[in-house]
Design a protein around this ligand. Structure first.
Ligand SMILES: [Fe+2]
Length: 198
């Protein structure tokens, strides 16, 4: 992994969605040793994160225990790619149609799969396994120095939360000061099952 981090840090190319994709596709993932870099989550239900570098773009190793998922979040000026080193990860995609938030696609990525996260998407990532962890390597630009202003979506409560600069993770939390604003009754959620029936 050291070689890869060195390569990222010394990379001089202008970073956009395509050039980052080219960089990631050229990596020889078979040679990557990551076992000693895998962090356990700090709390039950979380993923474990190990930020390997933030510049010139972010590279973060994530450990998803069985059943763990991210919050549904909006990429506003943020793009990247996710490579699956171990296990399987689902990308669950959403879009607004009027005031409806529609869960319209679930794509599963297995070992050696490369999941794109283009700018503008609303999605969540999840490890749907009941027994196996997933280990993934994420590449983001720009690096996520702060979650301030990021929108996350609570599907059951139909709320949108806008994170503050004090948010340490992009998830629903009762911590004081975690949100700048929470919009209630912000949308009508349409599940993937309901979407498929139409
Ligand atoms: Fe994302």
């Amino acid at each position: 992994m050291n070689d890869l981090i060195h390569k990222i840090k010394s990379s001089k190319t202008t970073i956009n969605y395509n050039s980052l994709g080219e960089f990631v596709k050229a990596i020889n993932f078979d040679e990557l040793k990551y076992d000693e870099l895998v962090n356990e989550p700090e709390h039950v239900g979380d993923y474990g994160r190990n930020i390997l570098t933030l510049e010139p773009f972010e590279c973060v190793l994530i450990n998803w225990p069985a059943g763990v998922e991210s919050a549904v979040h909006f990429h506003d000026g943020l793009f990247g790619y996710v490579f699956v080193l171990e296990g399987e990860l689902d990308n669950v995609s959403y879009r607004f149609e009027g005031d409806k938030l529609i869960e319209y696609a679930i794509d599963r990525y297995g070992k050696k799969g490369l999941m794109p996260e283009p700018d503008g998407v609303i999605h969540k990532l999840r490890n749907n396994s009941t027994s196996q962890r997933a280990i993934t390597l994420h590449f983001y630009y720009p690096a996520i120095h702060s979650f301030e202003g990021m929108e996350i979506y609570h599907l059951e409560k139909e709320e949108i939360g806008i994170l503050s600069d004090q948010a340490k993770t992009a998830k629903w939390s009762l911590e004081e000061g975690h949100f700048k604003e929470v919009r209630k009754n912000a949308f009508d959620f349409v599940s993937f099952e309901a979407f498929k029936q139409n």
